[in-house]
Design a protein around this ligand. Structure first.
Ligand SMILES: C[S@@+](CC[C@H](N)C(=O)[O-])C[C@H]1O[C@@H](n2cnc3c(N)ncnc32)[C@H](O)[C@@H]1O
Length: 268
């Protein structure tokens, strides 16, 4: 707790809004997407999807993957409590939906589905195809029920370990000829599974070949722990990363080879 308070104060001291942003790409992203306050048509469905889970009193047996929970002691958990504690907030879900629209994301990948709230936010624009990965079978079962209930046939939920699905994807997507189409790569990857340094860096490096020049990688919880901060530092320093944006909860990286390497700390 003390660690998070300290890192948040540090963030506030360093962070800025749109003023003084010299990169047109980042200025437009911040003003037209991050700070866009208009009501988007996708918001109502994302809210209803999340509220439906918040009303669900069913108890499921959760298998712990990733960094575990700081909230739950038992593996028998009510769905509504998982939605509240492990799922993305409505504020962030809306931001994610705006990013998908603004960057015209066609192919997205999510590591860590949980009950599918962030998946719904990314797939609310039905022109986006999403592959999402969840290791816990009962959690994934509820997510799939929700996707069916809300008609998300653009979501492909893979119930398996993230590591295995990444091997599958990188094998399948590995470029074999120079004619490989960029559409076979991911426009957006949301990293929200295992929140450990080693796993985060491993996923990042393995998924790099599936990024194209205009892809964005979004890392959740970059200030959750000292080791996640270390992972974030290594990611933003990677030579292929040109633009990195720390929004406290999320770290976003872009690969735009035309741009000089620059780091931003921005309040959303
Ligand atoms: C923070 S939750 C995801 C929340 C979701 N993205 C959202 O915003 O609504 C992380 C999920 O990742 C899953 N997970 C973590 N590590 C995993 C792994 N190595 N393989 C498969 N699933 C994993 C956990 O079971 C958990 O449900």
């Amino acid at each position: 707790m003390y660690f998070q308070l300290k890192s948040y104060i540090n963030f506030l001291l360093k962070s800025q809004n749109q003023h003084g942003l010299h990169s047109p790409f980042v200025y437009n992203l911040v003003t037209r997407c991050f700070y866009d306050t208009t009501e988007h048509s996708e918001y109502a469905q994302i809210k209803e999807f999340r509220n439906d889970l918040l009303r669900n009193k069913e108890i499921i047996e959760v298998e712990d993957f990733g960094a575990g929970s700081r909230v739950f002691n038992s593996n028998q958990r009510p769905v509504h409590a998982i939605a509240k504690n492990a799922g993305i907030t409505l504020f962030r879900a809306r931001l994610l939906a705006r990013i998908v629209n603004y960057l015209k994301v066609k192919n997205a990948l999510e590591l860590g589905t949980s009950l599918g709230i962030a998946s719904a936010a990314m797939a609310a624009n039905r022109g986006t195809n999403l592959i999402t990965i969840e290791g816990c079978k009962e959690t994934a079962g509820i997510a799939q029920q929700q996707f069916d209930k809300f008609g998300f046939d653009n979501i492909d939920l893979r119930v398996d370990k993230i590591e295995y699905v990444i091997s599958d994807l990188t094998g399948k997507f590995r470029p074999t000829t120079s004619k490989q189409k960029t559409s076979e790569k991911f426009d957006l990857i949301y990293f929200d599974g295992n929140h450990h340094k080693q796993a985060t860096l491993e996923y990042f490096l393995k998924l790099l070949p599936l990024a194209h020049n205009d892809s964005v990688f979004i890392f959740d919880d970059i200030h959750w722990s000292a080791e996640m901060q270390e992972a974030w530092k290594e990611i933003k320093e990677h030579p292929q990363v040109r633009v990195s944006i720390d929004t406290y909860q999320w770290g976003l990286v872009f690969f735009r080879s035309e741009q000089v390497k620059e780091h931003f700390t921005i309040r959303v």
